[in-house]
Ligand binder design. Structure first.
Ligand SMILES: [Mn+2]
Length: 378
């Protein structure tokens, strides 16, 4: 039984105002080709299909196209809603499209009723646990405690109870959660409840494979529990990720070893974070390799240069983020605000504030010096 595990498509998301939809459509092409070329039996999509509860019509078109083309490959497809999706809207028509082999699961009530896949080695039960918002589903699951661990634990108890009635059946669980040991990037939305975002890895004990979504970096938490990560980067913190699909080959019997192969997804436009002085960035040959990347640039010039973005974009047309970290500038000042302003005049505090937010731009510094001299002579 060969599964293709993916998640966090976030269809319709932009990257610092750059539209990613064509790169997302390119990913769909790659996904459909892979399902055919690798003779995949089922595709599992572990939540955050869309970026928002009310996706744009173009994003809906890409999703519609993806599901129709995946159905035409003959592979079964199981999808759950993530924390970015509207469960009710994503789940629209799910009872009807089930017949086409596309299984959308967005309700806690269906989590322990598996999608059954038949295969030469025997059946596989796929339990699709949608993202569980503790406040929304706690009562339905009979949880006293308000936490992700409690609601996912309760849902998994129902899953295990159902699995116990199916001897010899292999099992796969889809879930959208932050599991202990996972590493976040800067593009996931915080789902903490009472300050705690995570659930224990042991929640998935006893299943052959847990296909997780939510974290955007691909990662292995155990031989049987993995995040596929998002197919595209959504923040500069993902600069060194290798975006991928996971091709999962289940063993022939419950508990048999699982083999996982990683298949890198196409990179629309690579991204990089660079830093240095403006003149150096504009002239040094070594930066040629990132000229067409999406860039986050940090300028280290001691004095803020004029028109930095306009000048950078002549060499690097896709600079998206510009930051300033002047060499020899203020470090992390750990002293309290009260300590820093003690004994200083309101005027000093105010001019320091203006200098701080503007950076050490020369004309302003000169102007402030003029004011200081005038004050001193008064
Ligand atoms: Mn996500």
């Amino acid at each position: 039984m060969r599964l293709l595990h993916t998640s966090d498509w976030h269809l319709g998301r932009s990257f610092h105002r750059e539209d990613l939809l064509s790169a997302q459509a390119q990913f769909v092409d790659f996904l459909v080709e892979t399902v055919r070329s690798e003779r995949v039996d089922a595709v599992v999509v572990s939540g955050d299909v869309y970026d928002r509860a009310l996706p744009a019509v173009d994003a809906v078109s890409v999703c519609d196209d993806a599901l129709r083309r995946l159905a035409s490959t003959g592979a079964r497809v199981v999808l759950i809603s993530g924390n970015h999706d509207s469960a009710r809207r994503l789940g629209f028509g799910s009872g009807l499209i089930d017949a086409a082999g596309i299984h959308l699961r967005t309700e806690v009530a269906s989590a322990h009723r598996p999608v059954l896949l038949e295969h030469g080695d025997g059946p596989v039960a796929v339990y699709a646990v949608p993202y569980l918002e503790p406040d929304a589903v706690g009562a339905e699951l009979g949880c006293d405690e308000r936490s992700h661990a409690a609601v996912l634990g309760a849902a998994m108890a129902r899953v295990r109870a159902d699995l116990a009635t199916r001897p010899g059946c292999r099992s796969v669980v889809l879930a959208h959660a932050f599991v202990v040991g996972g590493e976040a990037s800067e593009s996931e939305r915080d789902i903490s409840v009472g300050g705690v975002p995570s659930v224990p890895l042991a929640a998935f004990d006893g299943v052959d494979y847990a296909a997780l979504g939510h974290l955007h970096g691909a990662q292995r938490l155990s031989d049987r529990v993995r995040y596929s990560g998002s197919p595209l980067a959504f923040s500069f913190s993902e600069e060194h990720h290798t975006k991928q699909l996971l091709l999962v080959e289940l063993g022939a019997a419950p508990g048999a070893p699982v083999r996982v192969e990683t298949l890198p997804t196409p990179v629309g436009r690579p991204l990089a974070r660079v830093s240095g002085r403006l003149d150096e960035l504009l002239t040094e040959p070594r930066w040629a390799q990132v000229e067409t990347h999406y860039l986050q640039v940090t300028l280290t010039d001691p004095t803020r240069p004029r028109e930095p973005m306009e000048r950078l974009r002549r060499r690097f047309p896709h600079v998206l983020v510009l930051a300033f970290a002047p060499e020899g500038g203020p470090g992390n000042d750990a002293t309290s605000y009260t300590a820093r302003v003690r004994g200083r005049s309101d005027h000093d505090v105010t001019t320091d504030f203006v200098a701080h937010v503007r950076g050490p731009a020369e004309p302003l510094a000169a102007a402030l010096e003029g004011v200081r001299l005038a004050e001193a002579g008064r």
